[in-house]
Design a binder for this molecule. Structure first.
Ligand SMILES: Cc1cc2nc3c(=O)[nH]c(=O)nc-3n(C[C@H](O)[C@H](O)[C@H](O)COP(=O)(O)OP(=O)(O)OC[C@H]3O[C@@H](n4cnc5c(N)ncnc54)[C@H](O)[C@@H]3O)c2cc1C
Length: 505
């Protein structure tokens, strides 16, 4: 049997993407297949926090929190354009968690991850320290702590880009239909976007299918699954900006859950999330009216500005693929990941990934590859701990330095677009700004700062194909563009697809 790939990874969410990157960088021959767009499912529907998870301390998840906090520090260095510090304000209410509990929790949070470049937490006055203008005046005290915000779907793309630059083959809109196991490897049947099927061989199969992971092996390979998942839906709403300032709020609820209110895309506030058991297909997930009410009530309990479902401008929902640890309460199930390697009786190995956070993707991928190393002799050792992601090599001057450079090179762009481009692409931004001296040099303008040059870059370098890929995953320009502008983009993409199809004939 001739083996084409060392690793065939099914799933282009954050975990599949990170494994592809790590493996390709160690010298493995890698193929990554994703049935939809990159990050089309859970990995674009997160709260977008790169965090230890303050609330996991209540579940005594010290190991997970410590690991995630250490990763937070590494990721800030690897992708300073995509991941940036965010200050959180936690208003205090005597009826909720007591002061001693908050103090211990925040002390642990400050120290568990080892040395951190972020400021330590502290008690604050909401009425006088400048954090409370949006909060009802009956709440006067609170706490401030530091965490990070990250662009989840762009982080997936950055990992895939790095994998491809290290030689990985990446196929989106390609579904793994079946997997046949042999002693030496696997034969996989792949269905491509145009409906054709293709057969490939790989030594090791990686099941990084997120919410599909428990069913993947029984359904696609006809072998027993390696674990059970609990699918827990989480939804977010987006409203017009509810408060000024760069900080976010963490709001306590009477049911002991917390909800975040985060400044979003300059003009908006992102509010989430919920925890609801999900029985349907993972790709059919959507927010329901009860969740919208719950999120509005969470805001209304603390904020002076009151919101109702009619104020919701956009919402999104995702499914958390959590390893079933027999916990009854959805919000108490562990958010840590479980890796299952099966190579029973010397058969070709399959690695299944259950659970995990956006925050822990790099560590997860490293652990996967360390476990697979003995099946792939000759590979290099772990390398991602200190390596920047594509666009993340910003040096000492960091993001502020890059913003200044973009401003200097492309002074014709408005301030918001300069910042968006620097934050989205990091140092790669110059790949499509090129030598442009005027807006016209960047081709057609679609609105909200999106130009033909950027669209072409996304089509050619980031596996984007549709308007949704561009407006809701490579960016969030969907929030800023008018319907007719979206139509113009769709027309441009249709033309582009026609030209490509003709060239391929
Ligand atoms: C509401 C919510 C909030 C969250 N907030 C945070 C947060 O703030 N911070 C944080 O760190 N984490 C957060 N998470 C967790 C994090 O988003 C997930 O753990 C992570 O995105 C899971 O990534 P994944 O790659 O395992 O799954 P996915 O992103 O779902 O990727 C799996 C992919 O496999 C593909 N696939 C499945 N079957 C096949 C097949 N047969 N062939 C080809 N492709 C296939 C799917 O199309 C899918 O794209 C949150 C999750 C949710 C739901």
């Amino acid at each position: 049997m001739e083996i084409e790939y060392d690793l065939l990874i099914v799933g282009g969410g954050i975990n599949g993407a990170a494994i592809a990157r790590d493996a390709a960088g160690r010298g493995a021959r890698v193929m990554l297949v994703e049935q939809d767009d990159l990050a089309a499912h859970t990995s674009s529907a997160s709260t977008k926090l790169i965090h230890g998870g303050l609330r996991y301390l209540e579940q005594y998840e010290f190991r997970l929190v410590a690991k995630a906090l250490a990763e937070r520090e590494r990721l800030m260095r690897a992708a300073p354009h995509l991941i940036r510090p965010l200050e959180f304000v936690l208003p205090h209410d005597r009826g909720m968690r007591p002061v001693w509990m908050m103090r211990i929790g925040l002390f642990l949070y400050d120290h568990l991850g080892g040395r951190s470049s972020l400021p330590r937490s502290r008690a604050i006055r909401l009425d006088t320290d400048g954090y409370g203008s949006a909060i009802q005046s009956k709440y006067t005290q609170g706490y401030r702590y530091a965490d990070c915000w990250g662009d989840d779907s762009r982080l997936v793309v950055a990992n895939v880009q790095d994998a491809a630059e290290h030689g990985a083959t990446v196929m989106t809109r390609t579904r793994c239909l079946s997997a046949q196991r042999h002693r030496e490897g696997w034969t996989l049947s792949l269905q491509c976007a145009d409906g054709t099927t293709k057969s490939v061989t790989a030594r090791i199969l990686v099941n990084a299918t997120g919410s599909w992971a428990a069913d993947f092996l029984p359904q696609r390979a006809g072998i027993p699954g390696a674990g059970t998942l609990r699918l827990i839906k989480g939804s977010h709403i987006v409203t017009r900006k509810l408060f000024d300032g760069e900080h976010a709020y963490i709001l306590q609820n009477p049911d002991k859950r917390i909800v975040f209110a985060i400044p979003y895309e300059d003009e908006f506030t992102l509010i989430g999330t919920t925890d609801v058991e999900w029985q349907g297909a993972p790709d059919a997930v959507a927010i329901d009216a009860t969740e919208t009410d719950y999120l509005c009530e969470s805001v209304n309990r603390w904020f002076t500005t009151q919101i109702a479902p009619r104020d919701v401008l956009w919402s999104f929902a995702g499914v958390r693929p959590l390893y079933d640890d027999a916990t009854t309460n959805a919000s108490e199930i562990s958010r840590d990941y479980v890796l299952s390697l099966d190579h029973a009786d010397g058969a070709a190995p399959v690695m299944s990934i259950f659970g995990g956070k956006i925050t822990t993707h790099r560590a997860l991928a490293e652990e996967v590859m360390d476990k697979l190393a003995r099946h792939l002799p000759g590979l290099q050792s772990a390398w991602t701990g200190k390596a920047p992601l594509p666009g993340g090599d910003l040096g000492e001057r960091g993001l502020a330095g890059l913003v200044a450079d973009v401003q200097r090179v492309a002074g014709f762009l408005d301030e918001q677009t300069v910042r968006r481009l620097a934050q989205s692409y990091g140092s790669r931004v110059f790949a499509f700004l090129g030598t442009a001296k005027t807006m016209g040099d960047l081709g057609q303008s679609f609105g909200a700062g999106l130009t033909q040059a950027e669209v072409d870059y996304l089509l050619g370098n980031e596996w984007a194909q549709t308007a949704d890929d561009i407006l809701w995953r490579r960016s969030k320009l969907g929030l800023h563009m008018r319907a007719e502008e979206v139509e113009a983009l769709k027309a441009y993409l249709a033309d582009h697809a026609r030209v490509e199809a003709k060239a391929a004939e």
